[in-house]
Design a protein around this ligand. Sequence first.
Ligand code: MEV
Length: 426
Amino acid sequence: MTDPTLQKFYELDLLDRLNQLSRESGVPLEDMKVLSGAGGLNANQADHMVENAVGVFGLPLGIARNFFVNGREVLVPMAVEEPSVIAGASFMAKLVHLGGGFTAKASAPEMIGQLQVLDVANLEEARQQLEAHRDELLDLANKVDPVLVRFGGGARDLEIRLIENSAIGPFLVVHLILDVRDAMGANAINTALERIAPRVAEISGGRVHLRILSNLADRRLARATCTIPLQALAFEGYSAEKVRDGILEAWAFAEADPYRAATHNKGIMNGVDAVVLATGNDWRAVEAGAHAYAARNGRYTSLSTWSKDAQGNLCGLLEMPMAVGIVGGATRVHPAAQAALKLMKVTTGAELAEIIVSVGLAQNLAALRALATEGIQRGHMSLHARQIAAAAGAQGNQIEKLAQQLVFEKAIRAERAEEILKEWRK
Ligand code: MEV
């Protein structure tokens, strides 16, 4: 766990936190400074990324601590505007650390691309023809990106699906499965689809309409598991069993009810999206994949599973599509994304996916533990109290002290904060 000789991270000021990050990670301070916003993405770079650019948009960036994933300590950058998210993930990671940390595994980085084949005279015959030309089509797809093939990626499979009932009648769908290695892979798959589309049209005798990746990346899954020793769950007036059983009851609600599952999964995505964003990845793609996967059996349900083992310890599992990369796209051009990846010391997209899914699981645990016990408002209120304290004019350590006093008095109000400050100053 974190070196006990180091000062508590949250007690440091902004610059000292960067200094500490640099010392802990061995990444030069200059690189870490990019995370402070100074030297991050600028308007000129933004101008090359999107149309009609006028500037850049900031979000808070914090570091989740205590993450131990596959036997390695990881400092996790999270870009998120919501209070309590980073603290919640860090605290749960600490509990998980006591049980040996997260075990995570990403499957092969296989993206699915879709071709919609319309106006086919004989669907069954066309399907057989496409199957018969499978190797030729895969070879053609591999011609698009020889570098990808050289790095061990490339076309893996072709699946022919029949959509029997649609608003326009039956049609064929061809899935191209492409291993995109360490890229998110949207460009690779879309380019390969456009390359093979004319040949698919010839072979099937149909017309290829859409050529686009599927965000339901269910061949590119990341899975994390963790065990929290029962006794680590006890706090304040709550026994360990009460906390554990409360979490299991809360999970059962999400598992059974889509209204609750949506919020439960949103809590998971609080953690997932924050890391996806901090590393310059496409969080809309990950969101789309997550929710589609949550509904894969025809009913929207929880992405995570919580249970207890024979010793009564709490066990968590999260599995979801994770189309993230460490090369190409914004990950390459965004200086803060580059610094974030350096800090995490990830060398493959799979490793990044494994960390992200672990953060999602920790975040889910933080929400369930709070909801199953004291409710989530208490944690929110202490952050709110800090904001009120700072706005009332408290400085440095005084902010925390005043916030604690306001929470203690259950009077988190600006006028009370000012009153206390006046008393202290006397
Ligand atoms: C808030 O951003 C997330 C939660 O609503 C998640 C949940 O309810 O599980 C607390």
